[in-house]
Design a protein around this ligand. Structure first.
Ligand SMILES: Nc1ncnc2c1ncn2[C@@H]1O[C@H](COP(=O)(O)OP(=O)(O)OP(=O)(O)O)[C@@H](O)[C@H]1O
Ligand SMILES: [Mg+2]
Length: 471
């Protein structure tokens, strides 16, 4: 088979050169014979064979392809590689991509496409390529780029790379994410919006809330995180649903941030009104990570809760008019329950009464938390946060303020706003006293006029009736 016999190969430089020259002459001879005698198709076939045989060495390398997505679901290995490789960028990388979104603390640095990153693991050299190509399969709604990493390494280390190195990458990526302690807020969770780091400073310490209730929530969260095996044993998904209800400005969103900061979970704020339909909801859901809180705010305003029966009839229509209640219920019972671990879902509403009882059924929302108007103990937390007044050394106005708070309905947000009006403690607290007094007298006036509130509701009902008739 071979054009000359290797065992006769001479070893000195000059004889090596003459051997090369005779081989080159042989190849040229074959070439001219082929050119003259064979049709073009056969020619190119033979050339490619010669090229492969003489010029490209048999590959000793192996390549692992790590695609960004498996169908609609994010590939966790890809995500981990992205995080991990940020720490491996070196001077030899000539093209980098730098991004920073408004909420983000630090720059996000990644290599540009077709760049190579070198890594070493247990004596093995690994080459990572970032490859980005146009996705021919994507429809109009899809991504138009297909991203992947190619991991190239010596074939003989296949077991080590697959069994140990990739686990190392996953573990390092988790540790890096943990270190950053940055929360991700994916504001609409749409395919194109990347996640935004959310730094909501609210913690359980800064939250004005009944201390007993606060403790109960923290214990509940602790128990939830601890009970992985328990959930498995009883055959229940490792999930927990919270419903937070109460008037605007009582700290529902602040509580969610406090929970996320406490657990170091990511927050996904799902804007249901901008979710196109139930199947988009599925897709979005599948793109969220474990150890996360999925938040759906103002649930009563975002889902068409009233028309539960009619919507069963017009499923086709529901495809074009957003997420329906039955879609949401199916989602909670089905997809949300079965997908991923250590997940919390939080619904918020200003009107618990308006919610369909189906949503409140135990098993869907495990914990109902009523966020109510500010209490004297809540005020003490705010006074300490905003003005540095400690309980051990109360201000002369604190007694009066607490009495006023107890006899009127005022939200923590309103008090916080008053307390921010001045750095001077006396000025701020005097302002708050005046505000509370004003509020109290307004409140009693409304009570005197009694029927005003009911009138408003009646007008709203009439509007709804009119709309229904029009439809
Ligand atoms: N319980 C609270 N403890 C500390 N601060 C609070 C509390 N409630 C409200 N605040 C302050 O008021 C602001 C608004 O509160 P937040 O957004 O948490 O209210 P909300 O209940 O979510 O209101 P909405 O129903 O309008 O969404 C917060 O940024 C915070 O500064
Ligand atoms: Mg809110």
């Amino acid at each position: 088979m071979y054009p000359f016999d290797f065992k006769d190969m001479p070893t000195s430089a000059s004889s090596l050169f003459s051997a090369y020259a005779s081989m080159a002459a042989f190849i040229m001879l074959v070439r001219s014979m082929v050119d003259q005698l064979l049709p073009p198709e056969l020619r190119s076939y033979i050339y490619s064979f010669i090229h492969q045989f003489f010029y490209s060495p048999r590959s000793l390398d192996m390549t692992i392809i790590i695609d960004e997505k498996c169908g609609y679901i994010n590939n966790q290995v890809y995500e981990a590689a992205e995080v991990y490789l940020q720490t491996k960028i070196s001077d030899s990388n000539e093209r980098l991509r730098v991004t920073k979104t408004p909420g983000q603390k630090s720059l996000n640095i990644a290599v540009d496409k077709d760049q190579e990153i070198i890594d070493f693991f247990d004596g093995v050299k690994l080459r990572w390529h970032f490859v980005c190509a146009e996705d021919k399969n994507s429809g109009s709604g899809g991504d138009d780029e297909k991203r992947k990493f190619e991991l190239i390494f010596p074939k003989k280390h296949r077991t080590k790379v697959i069994d140990s190195y990739l686990s190392h990458v996953l573990a390092r990526a988790n540790a890096i994410r943990e270190e950053e302690k940055v929360l991700k807020l994916d504001s609409q969770l749409t395919q194109h919006s990347g996640s935004v780091d959310l730094e909501h400073p609210s913690t359980f310490d800064t939250l004005a809330m009944d201390p007993e209730l606060k403790r109960t929530i923290i214990e509940d969260l602790d128990r939830f995180v601890r009970r992985k095996d328990f959930y498995r044993k009883v055959g229940k998904a490792w999930k927990r649903g919270y419903l937070l209800y109460g008037p605007p400005g009582t700290g529902k969103s602040s509580l969610i941030a406090a929970m996320a900061n406490y657990l170091k979970f990511d927050v996904y704020d799902l804007e249901l009104t901008s979710v196109y339909n139930n199947s988009e909801l599925r897709r979005i859901m599948l793109s969220t990570s474990n150890r996360s809180i999925l938040v759906i705010e103002d649930i009563d305003c975002t889902v068409d809760i009233q028309n539960r029966e009619s919507e069963e009839d017009d499923n086709e229509q529901s495809n074009t008019r957003g997420v329906t209640l039955s879609g949401l219920l199916n989602f909670i019972d089905g997809l949300w329950s079965s997908c991923g671990d250590e997940r919390i879902i939080v619904f918020t509403t200003n009107n618990k009464d308006k919610l369909d009882p189906a949503l409140l059924r135990p098993g869907r929302m495990d914990v109902h938390i009523h966020m109510s108007y500010c209490t004297p103990s809540g005020f003490r937390v705010l006074a300490s946060n905003y003005l540095g007044i400690h309980e051990s050394n109360p201000h002369r106005l604190c007694g009066e303020i607490e009495a006023l708070i107890e006899s009127t309905e005022v939200t923590p947000a309103e008090i916080a706003e008053e307390l921010m009006k001045s750095d001077d403690v006396d000025v701020a607290l005097e302002g708050l006293v005046n505000f509370l007094k004003r509020k109290k007298s307004e409140r009693s006036k409304i009570n005197d006029e009694g029927s005003r509130g009911t009138n408003n509701i009646e007008i709203e009902e009439t509007n709804e009736d009119a709309e229904r008739k029009q439809a």
